[in-house]
Design a protein around this ligand. Structure first.
Ligand SMILES: *Cc1c(COP(=O)(O)O)cnc(C)c1O
Length: 357
């Protein structure tokens, strides 16, 4: 195997998907499996489907296209508000998209009409997170206009929390979304089938039995991919966290001082690093760097091994207290958090190895 490589355990991802889907389904919530954390790898989309997710969503059309080309037959949801410049492809590739701009929805309507298609719109509501979404007070105005358009249907309303500002989903804001849906249904005398309430961060509401009834869709990535919930700073119960393992090779192994010598300037990234003198230590350099992966999101799987730092292509370890014997050319394995996973999957320099193969 060519180093560095990423081991993808498809069985564990499938099991995570099954656990999350069962938990949600028992509470009347369907799950959209979100693949953006792994660049829309079709193998992972397939594992999620086997685990029971209803269909796949991703923030990038390129990823959705890759999944479609792999033979995927179900609906696809575009999670990021579409760019004007990609709308032809949005209609071509995605069946559903999250939206917050009436002009964009109008353009989607024009394109769909021309192609004889019906594109589903989930209108995003901003409940305080201040990323995408219209303010609740503006929903009637938006919906009045959407209902007049051909080529699109209002499939639902949704919200996204805990991604940008870190505002957590609560009983209160979820209830606000349901109340809004009920008000809109009465006012316009329509049915709004989907209330797309949350992502991984909302799972805790289900676990604590604090989810108001009426929320019927979650879009879940992180909990399935890494078994974690970064917004709640926790592991999601019952799930696996060792779904992805990064493996890199040692290219230098020497005893050297812990303190650099000479006049100190800035490093390649413009920082002035700080070092503590703890005498001579055993240092190992791995052929892996910031160009491949978010180093802060890596945890060595050998006890006692610590990351000192990294440049673009070198990762320096202190292996003095390693529980295992260390030698040149040996491989070192790491667990990844969501951010490290995202970067490792994006790096063309990291080979992907699927288990079972
Ligand atoms: C990323 C994203 C999700 C999935 O979030 P996770 O925390 O990975 O579960 C859901 N909805 C939207 C709009 C997203 O951008």
């Amino acid at each position: 195997m060519r180093y560095p490589y990423l081991i993808v355990d498809l069985n564990k991802i499938e099991k995570n998907a099954r656990y999350i889907t069962n938990l949600c389904n028992e509470n009347g919530i369907e799950v959209v499996g979100v693949t953006k954390g792994c660049c829309g790898m079709p193998e992972i989309a397939k594992a999620m489907l086997k685990g029971g997710v209803k269909f796949i969503g991703d923030s990038r059309l390129d990823n959705l296209k890759k999944i479609r080309s792999s033979g995927y037959k179900k609906e696809l949801m575009l999670l990021r508000i579409p760019m004007e410049s990609e709308l032809e492809n949005v209609v071509e590739i995605a069946d559903i998209s999250l939206n917050s701009e009436i002009n964009t929805i109008r353009s989607i309507s024009e394109i769909s009409k021309k192609r004889g298609k019906i594109h589903k719109i989930i209108l995003m509501i901003d409940l305080g997170e201040l990323r995408e979404g219209i303010l609740p007070k503006d929903t009637k105005d938006y919906i009045r206009q959407i209902l007049k358009l051909d080529g699109v249907i209002l499939s639902g309303i949704g919200t996204n929390l805990a991604c940008f500002s870190g505002i957590l989903p609560t009983y209160k804001n979820m209830k606000e979304l349901i109340d809004l849906k009920n008000e809109l249904e009465d006012f316009f005398n329509i049915k709004i089938p989907v209330v797309s309430g949350g992502n991984t961060s909302a799972l805790k509401l289900i676990e604590n039995k604090e989810i108001p009834s009426g929320i019927n869709q979650f879009r879940v990535g992180e909990a399935i991919l890494t078994g974690t919930d970064v917004s709640g700073n926790r592991i999601v119960p019952v799930t696996y966290q060792d779904t992805f393992i990064l493996v890199a090779q040692i290219i230098e192994f020497k005893e050297k001082p812990s303190l650099p010598k000479g006049k100190l300037g800035r490093n390649a990234f413009g920082n002035i690093p700080e070092f503590i003198d703890i005498g001579i230590i055993k240092r190992a350099i791995l052929a892996l760097g910031k160009q491949d992966v978010d180093i802060k999101g890596l945890t060595p799987l050998v006890n006692g091994v610590e990351i000192i730092g990294a440049s673009s292509d070198h990762l320096v370890l202190d292996v003095t207290k390693s529980s295992q014997e260390i030698e040149l050319n040996q491989e070192i394995r790491f667990k990844l958090n969501y951010s490290a996973l995202l970067s490792a999957c994006t790096s063309p320099y990291i080979t992907k190895l699927f288990l079972p193969d």
